[in-house]
Design a protein. Sequence first.
Length: 285
Amino acid sequence: MYTLIFWFIGPLYVYRCNCSIIICREVISELKEAGASWIQFDEPTLVMDLESHKLEAFTEAYSELESTVSGLNVLIETYFADIPAKQYKTLTSLKGVTALGFDLVRGTKTLDLIKGEFPKGKYLFAGVVDGRNIWANDLAASLSTLVALEGIVGKGTYSFLLFFACIFGTMINIFMTRTHSWFIYTDKLVVSTSCSLLHTAVDLVNETKLDKEIKSWLAFAAQKVVEVNALAKALAGEKDEVSSFYPYLNNYEAFVARLTNFFSYFILSKILLNRQSHFTGILLC
């Protein structure tokens, strides 16, 4: 559901409040009847600088829905930037919320807030795979972050992959174990993308004319799901999962240097070819 803060502020506050709560209750009830066990609310507005009355409205909105979501696992996701300490405190103190998700790619300071204090018993959806670019993930660095978080959140039985609903841009993401197979099981710490995969291309399989070396460095939505999968398996104890996923990830710095050099050469070659073509045309004239 995206985003309750927006509907609970502004000049039409009372009207928006009543309408949005009524609609949310109806939709959530229908999802429960359909067999949904998880529901996700996207709240990227929380990463902005918000006045106190807006945060109060945010808390009020979820308090109004507390009885409706009873029996469901509720995930609230923030992304695109660091979440300020005040918003983090408000978010982590909400009742009836099962899980909290954060962008740990662009929200690097958020990691310090989590390490400082994270509510016991809640799931942490750690967004370590960038959902906004097309590049392969530094799996070794991501795994290091996850291992650190595991000591804070704890380890248990299962976690989920955020892909199927996000990539199609639905307002509400439904998690139903009976109908979907994108689940990787590890527990309170959940390996996730930093945000919806709407911001990247769908699948590298479709790029049939792309240079093979360049293609090996890329990760579109489908590949990012595989990266999440690989990290979850590595975190669960399959130590060879990350090192075998991409050969160059054993030395990521060397990979970046190679990538930079290649593109410099690639761009220079294009410039020289264009100039040669132009010069040949002049001679022929």
